[in-house]
Design a protein around this ligand. Sequence first.
Ligand SMILES: NC(=O)c1ccc[n+]([C@@H]2O[C@H](COP(=O)([O-])OP(=O)(O)OC[C@H]3O[C@@H](n4cnc5c(N)ncnc54)[C@H](O)[C@@H]3O)[C@@H](O)[C@H]2O)c1
Length: 675
Amino acid sequence: MNFKEQFSQGIPDELPTIKPYDTSVNHAPKRKDILTKKEKILALKNALRYFDPKHHPVLLPEFRNELETYGRIYMYRFMPGYKIYARPIEEYPGKCIQAKAIMLMIQNNLDPNVAQHPEELITYGGNGAVFQNWAQYLLVMKYLSDMEDDQTLVIYSGHPMGLFPSHTNAPRVVVTNGMMIPNYSKPDDWEKFNALGVTQYGQMTAGSYMYIGPQGIVHGTTITVLNALRKISKKQEDGALFVTSGLGGMSGAQPKAGNIAGCITVCAEVNPKAVNTRNSQGWVDEVFTDLDQLTQRVKIAIANKESVSLAYQGNIVEIWEHFDKEDIYIDLGSDQTSLHNPWAGGYYPMGMSLEESNEMMAKNPDKFKKKVQESLRRQTEAINKHSKKGTYFFDYGNAFLLEASRAGSKIFKDKNGEFVSSTEVDEDNTNWAYPSYVQDIMGPMCFDYGFGPFRWVCASGLEEDLDKTDAIAAGVLQKLKENAPAEIQSQLQDNIHWIKNAKHNKLVVGSKARILYADAVGRIEIAKAFNDAIANGSFAGPVILGRDHHDVSGTDSPYRETSNIYDGSQFTADMAIQNVIGDSFRGATWVSIHNGGGVGWGEVINGGFGMVLDGSKASEDKLRSMLFWDVTNGLARRSWARNKEAIFSANRAMEIEQKLKITMPNIVEDSLFLD
Ligand SMILES: NC(=O)c1ccc[n+]([C@@H]2O[C@H](COP(=O)([O-])OP(=O)(O)OC[C@H]3O[C@@H](n4cnc5c(N)ncnc54)[C@H](O)[C@@H]3O)[C@@H](O)[C@H]2O)c1
């Protein structure tokens, strides 16, 4: 069978041969053994319903073994024999160009060079799944191969419910991930219902097929580090020290961003595979396994005011404690362990090897939880010591503050500025000891002005196309900057600088993709220029637009994207739901809505979209309508929450578009409440 035939065959009639478990690949840790005996039978029945009954006697013991060994049924036998990566769009089978674009994006999310645990269909974040098992993957590829322009594929948490008749302007795919009845949305509910095979954690760009490797986050991280340095009045040439952790899917962007921002980055990572990957990709300059050697190197880097990134293969707690003992001054500090998933491999406790942790989290989850919490208390204590010396520490959207507080750490500050734990909190006078990066930086400086992580993928797979898009985007932003208001001049300048240097920074892993923070006007003008270029034959293929969820409108997440909303509505999810509904009838090619992602199951609702530009007039109409809504929805909500930057942006949006009428807030004087 050739590639196209294999790709579109769906679940094969004859069982493929069993594949040996590949130990050279990074695998997901064994999941918690959470199902009762009866529930295990249900999980097996659920898995077997994908297959002809004639195969059940062979598959039953195999799936039972997977459930016992890994805590999930991945159906490894059905992993395809062909290589998974973002092929040029014309290589995919089918009749519908939009469907082919979606295949390309899914292939990219599962590319072993891109995905964190490719054989468990996990793209990033430890549990960010594209599908729950390989049967779902095979079926989706078949449906997309069969799809016509007036059908919509409906996907429930990786499971394709089927192709339904719709119309040409409808999304080709609608994805929901982890949509639970709210009372069943605790972390253990994910463990249980995911093990049963009825839901999945789609993270953010994993389950919406918009992951573009760490590049997606490098830009945002660079903006964050640059502005954090500005906040503490440090310049590029000052040799400031930034200490953080994680060299995984997103966290791996930190050293690269630190280099671009011009500081010294020390990043701890417990997993040698992750360290090697980032080092071999050139994302982190030097690797250390010995704390003393690392310390010596850091002292030299500080003395020479270098811009360099150093990985420490070990636990982050060791660094915070050791640098305190050695009295090394840390300018900036953060953490990007996967604390949204603390009990299942997201956070490795101090004093235990990777292997010991992986074993304990499966065999003795209660003890493992205690170890994690103990480690978090130690980590917080050490960070607090540095903070007293002047370190500016910020939460990086990974639920560090939340989990540290749940662990009983002294992560709050009372009215006297003393560090206290949640049991000592006085509701009216206690605050988190540290800001989230959104509260201090990204919220007021980016999201409230409508700036967010716009991105595109060149479906031709050609480097030349990507170069042309970079040049077009730089030209558009340059032109917009000439007449832009003072409030967004520096944003535009940072983004022009970024796009001009993007190729030089060698950011592409996987598909030929680019990220560029832009506001509604910027996104629309860039997309329109791409569409025109496709129409006049300048590109060899279509362009796929999207964004991640670290954005103005797509995500309701009280400890991250919406942590700078202060009217109480940060605990509502209307914005994300409105966003995905609105995108779906304004021209998105696919839409997705997810529970979880980033900060954890039950902690966030986020939505995404993809849009294929093919150079047609229809594409132009859709991009104008949908991109405008996709940003101004969030501006309206942020402005109603009385965020002054968003009030400015909402008024500006109404000047640009006469048909837009936003309900604006009246400002209530604090002096009314003095007594
Ligand atoms: N920066 C952002 O803007 C941003 C955006 C999205 C998500 N996040 C959050 O950041 C976190 C990391 O994301 P990711 O995709 O890199 O996840 P990941 O799981 O791929 O990487 C986290 C890494 O941390 C390592 N680690 C865990 N505990 C450690 C410890 N104690 N010491 C040293 N290393 C340890 C793990 O081995 C892993 O490689 C997630 O919670 C994610 O939701 C941040």
